[in-house]
Design a protein around this ligand. Structure first.
Ligand code: MN
Length: 714
């Protein structure tokens, strides 16, 4: 394990001005906090964060990262709080530690391979600061290096997760070395026999071949020079894991593989790539089906290169990649190596928006520290990833709600969703989902898509389904409404109303069916009066206007809902009675839900009302409701306060003065308890909304006679 002074020296070797004091304090802090905790290896636990910090020095990371590396497990595994870290090591370190802690909390539950990609994206999206991700990778690297100390069944799971998630992540941010080491350890764990046999074969070949790689490089270099091509040639043995993967992909044996050694020819421009290819193919035998031109047809991730397999110098089967320096930079480094980036070098990443953005920051930053501080990973910040109860990850656009989630799972789930549990708690359907949320959609066969949802859903799938339903449903409503209007109008005029008569006047209204006429009347495009006149052209009646007027309230009632409560709340079932529940006294500004009661219509509760627990198992009774726009302007609502008043003369008077000063009106007052020194009272106050009540509470708290006041929600 690294000693304290060794770690400080390592950081000082690339950053002479580093805050030594902070490093020392963090080292000691981690040691003390982890105390007697032990690793599976039997080492003291704090050796782990120290080694992680050591790995981070290899990336030449800044002081805040090293300190955060030392502290990365303290919040998760000890009694340390973020506040404590913030106080001792500053805001920035606290934020990084917080980020690493959050990453540790999300767990990949689904073994589904397809889910791995989403999970990687989730990790990227959650590590807003690139340093969070680097610490996570260093953490995983050290855990892999010490994997053999763990219990066997745990080992396989961790190794698999490393292959699925962390090695690709390391690759994604350009850390080839970390990626290879993670893969090799995981491979040795998961497929020990295959690993050992490949390593043995490689060793055998190495002994036989006597440093074949430099010989082949020299020969290829000579070939290029003779043809006037300026090129840089590198070569390497492939890693056991990449050889094994090739064997699997191509279903080939070790002997059949021609790319145990791979060589790379880098040249200045694309034309020269093809010239170099010509030289290689004219001099050496091509291995059939090994040629791939990713320059003319780049891979989806933007990768460009020519690949070919030949029987090369020394009569050995080799793989050769030919590319420009520019293509090489993008392929190898990605964006990374930026923290140790030397000025004057330049990575060109035309293909990736996020690479370009990172490069822009890089170019503007005068030193690596500044670069790191400014590097917020802007990856996938237009998406959120949420878990289903089974652990599958659903990717959604930012600002998505449980309704979007439900439709993403399946349209039948979307159509029938009545509520959602987010991380185990019932939340309104309009709640905006956050990365890593676990969403459990409650459904009911009686539910239909609500026009209200259209206001907050963001996915096209949800919008289309809701609008389709509403369109179909609206027509039904208009038809019923139009029919009712006509029947009443005719009855009021003592005229016979028959559908048969309507058939005769269809052309007058460009209608194809009776329902069309009803719909037009219901929607208000055609007046009932027009229809009546069309059927009875000779009919004249002075009372007519009066009758039409008398119908208006009926019309209005169905069209707009006239009840006071109806106007204030969105998402109700039209025509159903509604009342504010007496247990929690909801106010505009509270988050609310509706519960369909037996006999008394819909009861509105605040989302945190204890009474709701009774209905947990009856999702079909839940209605997703919200305050209407008018709720704040109109209406008087009752809020309930629990107050402790000093038992002294004038206390009650002073109390009601404060309430009155803030334009609240005391509607009811009950003394619940009375002692020598205080009264406990429950007061119903009429207010405009939650803010109004909160203002009154704040003012009461400032009053001398009030020793305690809070909202009484239960
Ligand atoms: Mn750790």
């Amino acid at each position: 394990m690294l000693r304290q002074y060794e770690l400080v020296d390592l950081v000082k070797s690339y950053d002479p001005d580093v805050d030594e004091d902070a490093l020392n304090r963090a080292y000691v802090f981690a040691m003390k906090k982890h105390g007697a905790q032990l690793r599976a290896s039997g080492d003291p636990y704090y050796s782990h964060p120290v080694e992680v910090a050591g790995i981070l020095t290899k990336f030449k990371l800044d002081c805040a990262s090293i300190v955060a590396g030392l502290l990365h497990d303290t919040v998760e595994d000890t009694d340390t709080t973020l506040e404590e870290i913030k106080g001792l090591f500053g805001e920035q370190v606290a934020q990084i530690v917080d980020g690493v802690t959050k990453l540790a909390m999300i767990e990949q539950k689904s073994a589904n391979k397809k889910q791995a990609e989403n999970f990687r994206k989730l990790l990227l999206a959650m590590s807003e600061d690139i340093r969070v991700l680097l610490i996570k990778l260093a953490d995983r690297l050290h855990n892999m290096r010490t994997l053999h100390f763990c219990a066997p069944e745990k080992r396989a799971r961790i190794a698999k997760e490393t292959l699925d998630i962390y090695a690709p992540l390391a690759e994604r941010i350009g850390m080839q070395e970390v990626k290879s080491e993670l893969e090799e350890i995981a491979f040795a764990e998961l497929h020990k026999e295959a690993h050992d046999s490949i390593v043995a074969r490689l060793n055998f070949l190495r002994e036989q071949g006597n440093s074949l790689v430099p010989k082949i490089i020299a020969q290829l270099q000579k070939d290029m020079q003779e043809n006037g091509i300026k090129a840089t040639i590198t070569g390497r043995e492939k890693t056991p894991y990449s050889i094994w993967r090739k064997m699997q992909q191509k279903n080939a044996s070790f002997e059949q593989l021609c790319d145990i050694m791979a060589f790379r020819i880098c040249v200045d421009d694309v034309t020269t790539c093809y010239q170099a290819l010509g030289v290689v193919h004219s001099k050496y035998h091509m291995v059939p089906r090994r040629f791939k031109d990713y320059i003319s047809t780049p891979k989806p991730n933007g990768y460009k290169s020519i690949h070919t397999g030949v029987i090369g110098p020394e009569n050995t089967r080799i793989e050769i990649q030919i590319r420009t320096y520019e293509m090489h930079e993008v392929a190898e480094k990605g964006v990374a190596a930026h923290w140790a980036y030397k000025q004057g070098e330049r990575v060109v990443g035309k293909n990736f928006k996020w690479i370009r953005e990172l490069l822009e920051i890089l170019e503007q930053a005068s030193n690596p520290e500044e670069f790191l501080e400014n590097t917020k990973l802007e990856m996938y910040n237009d998406q959120v990833f949420c878990f289903t109860p089974k652990g599958d990850l659903i990717g959604l656009p930012i600002n998505s709600t449980p309704v979007d989630f439900a439709y993403a799972v399946h349209s039948s789930v979307g159509d029938t969703c009545v509520g959602a549990k987010i991380n185990g708690e019932i939340r309104p359907l309009r709640t905006i989902l956050q990365n890593g949320d676990q969403v459990d959609i409650l459904t009911s066969k009686a539910q239909h898509p609500s026009p209200e949802w259209d206001r907050f859903v963001v996915t096209g799938k949800a919008k289309a389904a809701i609008r389709r339903y509403v369109r179909a449903h609206k027509r039904e409503q208009f038809i019923a409404m139009g029919k009712q209007t006509l029947e009443r109008l005719f009855k009021g005029e003592n005229l016979e109303f028959s559908e048969k008569a309507l058939v005769n006047v269809l052309p007058n209204f460009e209608a194809e069916s009776i329902d069309d006429i009803y719909a037009k009347v219901g929607e208000g495009l055609v007046s009932g009066w027009d229809v009546l006149k069309a059927i009875y052209p000779a009919y004249k009646q002075s009372k007519l206007e009066k009758v039409v007027n008398s119908l208006k309230p009926v019309f209005k009632k169905t069209l707009h809902k006239t009840k006071k409560e109806d106007m204030q709340i969105n998402g109700l079932i039209p025509g159903m009675a509604v009342h504010f529940s007496g247990c929690c006294h909801p106010l505009p500004g509270d988050r609310i839900v509706g519960i369909v009661t037996t006999g008394k219509g819909v009861a509105i509760h605040t989302i945190d009302c204890k009474q709701l627990e009774k209905y947990t198992n009856e999702p079909e009774r839940w209605l997703d409701v919200s305050w209407g726009n008018k709720a704040n302007e109109e209406g008087v609502y009752t809020g309930r306060l629990k107050v402790m008043l000093a038992n002294e003369p004038g206390a009650l008077g002073e109390f009601s003065n404060v309430v009155a000063r803030y334009e609240g009106n005391i509607a009811n007052l009950n003394i619940v308890n009375r002692t020598i020194s205080y009264f406990e009272i429950l007061v119903d106050v009429e207010v405009k909304n939650l803010k109004h009540l909160t203002d009154i509470i704040t003012a009461l708290r400032a009053s001398k006679v009030v020793s305690y006041v809070s909202r009484a929600n239960q």
